[in-house]
Design a binder for this molecule. Structure first.
Ligand code: ASP
Length: 297
C-alpha cells in the first residue's frame, strides 16, 4: 500500500468507501445507539463494498473459493461471537453477532456455522456474490510469481471497526476473507477473540489487520488491553508496543483502538492502512498512508 501503487481514482474510491462506513457507524451513535450496533453498521458497509477483503471482494483461497471469517465483541459484558470458513453468508459480521446473542457458543466454523445461519434467518447468497475479477487476478498473480504467504500487496483489505457509545461502552468487530491463496482450512487472527478482535470496558476495544499468524502468536488485541490494565500505558503506547513486538516476530500489520474515554488511535507497521475516525465533537478523518498526519484529540 504505497502512493506509487495507488491511482488518484482508486485513492478517491477508497476514501469515499471509508467515509460511507464511518458515517454509517456515526449515525448509529448520534441517534443514541450502542457501540455494538455502530461497529456492526460500519462493517456491514465495508463487507458489501468490493474494494475490501471482506464479504463481497474477499480474497480467493488456493482452490478458488471465498472463505470468510468474522468476530464481534461487546466490551460491556465481554460477550463475543465469531465464525470462520463460511462460504454463503452475505454479511459474516451479522452471523458473528447471531452466534454471540443467539447461541450458547462463541466460535462456529464451516458448514455448521452456516446451518446455524440458516436457522437464524441470516441472509445466505450464492458464493458468486463474493467473487470479483480483481481478487481472481491477485490469486493468479500469487500462483504465477510463487509469492510468499505474507506478501503485503496481495492480502490487504481486512475490515474492522471499534466504537465507544454515550454510556462509555466499547465494542470491536473484524471481518475478512483472510489471505490470498490460503489453503487447508487456514484461519487467521481476525475471528480469534483476543488475537484479531477484543473489547473490554476496563481497557479498550481493538480490531487488527495484518499477517494473521503473527497476530495469533502475540495475542495482539488482548495483549493491548492487558497492557493498558496492568501497566497503566495509554492506548497509543500499548498499541505501538504490541505492534513492535509483532514486528520482532516477523509480522507486519496494524490495529485500530478505542477507549471508554473516547480516545481513538491507530498503530501500524505497513506503509499505509485504510482508516477513519469520528467523534461527537466534530472530529472526522479519513486516511490511507502513514505520512498523513491525523489531528490530536
Ligand atoms: N489478518 C488477516 C488474516 O490473517 C488478513 C489481513 O488482515 O489482511 O486472515
Amino acid at each position: 500500500m504505497t502512493r506509487a501503487a495507488m491511482t488518484p481514482e482508486k485513492d478517491a474510491e477508497y476514501r469515499a468507501a471509508l467515509n460511507t462506513a464511518l458515517e454509517a457507524g456515526s449515525k448509529v451513535l448520534r441517534e443514541g445507539g450502542s457501540s455494538l450496533d455502530a461497529v456492526q453498521a460500519a462493517i456491514t458497509v465495508l463487507e458489501n463494498d468490493p474494494h475490501f477483503n471482506a464479504g463481497r471482494g474477499a480474497v480467493f483461497t488456493y482452490n478458488g473459493t471465498n472463505e470468510l471469517d468474522a468476530a464481534i465483541m461487546d466490551g460491556k459484558t465481554r460477550a463475543a461471537g465469531a465464525i470462520a470458513g463460511v462460504t454463503h453468508t452475505k454479511n459474516p459480521i451479522l452471523l458473528a453477532r447471531a452466534v454471540m446473542e443467539k447461541s450458547p457458543h462463541v466460535f462456529l466454523s464451516g458448514a455448521g456455522a452456516e446451518e446455524f445461519a440458516r436457522e437464524q434467518g441470516v441472509e445466505q447468497v450464492d458464493p458468486d456474490w463474493f467473487a470479483t475479477p480483481e481478487r481472481w487476478r491477485q490469486l493468479q498473480e500469487l500462483k504465477a510469481k510463487k509469492l510468499g504467504w505474507f506478501d503485503v500487496d496481495l492480502k490487504y483489505g481486512t475490515v474492522g471497526a471499534v466504537a465507544v457509545d454515550g454510556e462509555g461502552h466499547v465494542a470491536a468487530g473484524t471481518s475478512t476473507g483472510g489471505l490470498t491463496g490460503k489453503r487447508w482450512g487456514r484461519i487467521g487472527d481476525s475471528p480469534l477473540i483476543g488475537a484479531g478482535t477484543y473489547a473490554d470496558d476496563r481497557a479498550c476495544a481493538v480490531s487488527a489487520t495484518g499477517a494473521g499468524e503473527f497476530f495469533i502468536r502475540e495475542g495482539v488485541a488482548h495483549e493491548i488491553c492487558a497492557r493498558m490494565r496492568f501497566t497503566g500505558e495509554n492506548a497509543q503506547k500499548a498499541a505501538d508496543t504490541v505492534i513492535a513486538e509483532v514486528g520482532a516476530l516477523g509480522g507486519d500489520g496494524g490495529v485500530i483502538v478505542v477507549t471508554p474515554k473516547g480516545e481513538a488511535v491507530f498503530s501500524f507497521s505497513t506503509p499505509g492502512m485504510y482508516r477513519a475516525r469520528a467523534n461527537s465533537k466534530g472530529l472526522h478523518e479519513v486516511a490511507i498512508f502513514k505520512d498523513e498526519a491525523l489531528a490530536k484529540h
